[in-house]
Design a protein around this ligand. Sequence first.
Ligand SMILES: Nc1ncnc2c1ncn2[C@@H]1O[C@H](COP(=O)(O)OP(=O)(O)OP(=O)(O)O)[C@@H](O)[C@H]1O
Ligand SMILES: [Mg+2]
Length: 356
Amino acid sequence: MDLHIQNVIKNYGAVKALDNVSLNIPHGSLVCFLGPSGCGKTTLLRSVAGLEDIDSGQIMLGDADLSRTPARSRNFGVVFQSYSLFPHMTAARNIAYGLECRSWTKAQIATRVREMLELVHLSDQAEKLPAQMSGGQQQRIAIARALAPNPSLLLLDEPLSALDAKVREELRNEIRALQKRVGITTIMVTHDQEEALAMADVIVVMKDGHIEQTGSPQMLYQQPVTSFVADFIGRMNILPLDKAGGKGLQFADKALKLNHSDAHGSSPVSKVGIRPESISLLPASQAASDDNHFPATIRSQIYLGHISRLEVVPDKRPDVKISVEMHGALNKTGDMPQTGDAVTLHLPAEALRVLA
Ligand SMILES: Nc1ncnc2c1ncn2[C@@H]1O[C@H](COP(=O)(O)OP(=O)(O)OP(=O)(O)O)[C@@H](O)[C@H]1O
Ligand SMILES: [Mg+2]
């Protein structure tokens, strides 16, 4: 069943933690709430879980209105950032606990605990206490415990953020594979854009208690609608256009051509963005008079192995620093434009995005 979040408002005193949030979460999908600290991710997750009373709005699972249902009756599995396992119980007992509370029989519990330990590949850790397991193992047990009673929704609040980078990446893939196998609708809170891009079917970008944009990872990366989203997911050059001279868009004393589909009807365009990897650099004076080609100068370059990152300044707009990323077999001895070199900067029309 799909989860529908409708017009949810939650205030803490004067703080608008959730400012009229609406969202549909399709059955079986993994959705990430992504945004900076304090934007309302945890509040939204806790509201769905029933751990927070909302001021107004509705939370529906299919046709059932859960807005006033207490957390324990929602049958959702929840995992938090810090290890929330019972420290005095073994891994197996941690998983069994919720099932005992639900009056499962001993035989049912034994079978289920075995299944869950297999699911998270920790059958050999059944008798260990949390303190005897690594952080990654503890989080896998926490997920097994959350999934054991067959919840209709799995809610994860930054489950990986306390782990070191390598374990985080492994567990990211493992959780995603496990979620697909079980087919459970999952919401995961994160402030790590890479984690969201790697794991989610749908990313919900939040800011100041509201949703900025919702979409697939590809859509948010390729078609961000606001400069906040553009800059939060990946890196984006924001081009301040020349003060309106004639008609059309002007940048660095030239008309800037956009693709028609991106020119947003009649509303005036104030900001245009382009990803660093979508820009190309040509030898100076080559094609310099063509559309969207600008004479420019390299201000700096950093060699990073798999890419090089250059800062380029258009000659007619020395106030604008444009970040360019170049891939391929680049080296430090001449294949690359060097600091101080004159170049032609090409901003392809199809890569330019109009931003609100
Ligand atoms: N119990 C509370 N009492 C008062 N204010 C709160 C409470 N919980 C959250 N807030 C406020 O509500 C806003 C949203 O908080 P929330 O915890 O949802 O943010 P978040 O996006 O999860 O941030 P983080 O990435 O730091 O975890 C913040 O301004 C926060 O200070
Ligand atoms: Mg939080």
